[in-house]
Design a protein around this ligand. Structure first.
Ligand code: TRP
Length: 333
């Protein structure tokens, strides 16, 4: 049997997952779990980088994350879900890679730049936080992944991984580390219901997978549309209108969406009609996830056990890769 290619991706356990995660990466994980050997990392050490004073929060969110995974259709017997802190080989691999990354590279990472501004860290950036993008390359390389399904905001980390793998191989004259490809579920980060560029827990603009039907309806009706449109007979703007951005992402009936856009621009359809229809198409997709999530609530212990067992499997694979790296660097005795 031909060896299956590998996927590695994952999340920080800091809160519930939202529709940005669903479209950006979760759907692809489920779609590809048969074709690929799939590894999903629960990045609890990375989560501590900006939550180091709140270990309970990170710990408690592990089960929530596992429930979200199960809810989207991830099969824990096909994909290997594992916990970062149970695979110390990642730190070792990170250390070996760190010679090939530069301080400037991290400083110029657009995702880090945005996060540093959001957190207002400036001159007091903890080293742990600053290291995380390079540590993440070790997450990916610890199983030598071929493919990394992620949201657009993670693109710089995958690019870093490719670069570090290439530099390592070239420097030691080996063909050891893979240069993984990124796989984006959407071409944009899914914007928040308030029109912000990205959904973010701290921005309070998310639609969560665990939201009830009632919460979904409330949020859909709060969505940012065209602030200058007062009456339904005013011509409306479609561009930058989040209701239409979401229709483009969730409504499979392309013809219907383009018809609604036309009517909207001519002031012939009400905001509530657009939103009612949006609620329907979104609920169609989210209702089955909601049902499975409730089922998962009763399985937390079992799911966590699977993640612990999965960690042992990953640890063994990572040991092999770390040893090969040591060999290449003349560190092996
Ligand atoms: N940084 C990712 C996020 O915040 C989580 C993550 C950690 C990850 N390690 C990874 C994603 C490795 C892909 C591959 O969502």
């Amino acid at each position: 049997m031909e060896k299956r290619k590998r996927i590695l991706t994952g999340d920080r356990p800091t809160g519930r997952l939202h529709i940005g995660h669903l479209l950006g990466t979760l759907q692809n994980r489920v779609l590809l779990q048969d074709e690929y050997e799939e590894f999903i990392i629960v990045a609890n050490i990375q989560a501590l980088a900006d939550n180091f004073a709140n270990p309970d929060k990170v710990r408690e969110n592990i089960e929530e994350l596992l429930c979200d995974y199960y809810a989207t259709g991830l099969d824990f017997d096909k994909a290997t879900v594992f916990i970062q802190s149970e695979v110390p080989e990642i730190h070792e691999i990170f250390m070996y890679l760190s010679n090939f990354a530069t301080v400037q590279q991290v400083q110029h990472n657009p995702t880090i730049k945005t996060e540093l501004i959001q957190k207002g860290l400036g001159d007091s950036t903890p080293l742990g936080f600053f290291l995380y993008p390079i540590h993440q390359t070790a997450d990916i390389l610890c199983v030598n992944a071929d493919l990394v399904p992620v949201g657009k905001d993670q693109a710089p980390m995958v690019e870093d991984t490719r670069q570090l793998a290439r530099k390592f191989n070239r420097t030691y004259g080996v063909e050891l580390l893979n240069e993984p490809q990124a796989l984006f579920g959407t071409e944009i980060n899914v914007p928040g219901i308030d029109g912000a560029e990205k959904m973010g827990k701290s921005l309070n603009n998310c639609i969560y997978l665990s939201d009830s039907e009632e919460e979904l309806r409330k949020k859909v009706f709060k969505i940012y549309t065209d602030p200058n449109r007062i009456h339904a007979t005013d011509p409306g703007k479609v561009e930058g209108n989040i209701a239409f951005v979401y229709h483009d992402l969730f409504n499979p009936n392309v013809e219907e969406v383009s018809k609604m856009k036309c009517l909207y621009e001519r002031g012939r359809i009400k905001d509530v009609e657009i939103k009612e229809r949006l609620f329907e198409v979104m609920n169609e997709k989210l209702a089955p996830i909601r049902v499975r999530r409730i089922e998962a609530e009763g399985m937390k212990k079992e799911l966590l056990e699977k993640a612990v067992v999965g960690s042992q499997k990953v640890s063994a694979i990572a040991r092999g890769i770390a040893d090969s790296m040591k060999e290449a660097m003349k560190l092996k005795f």
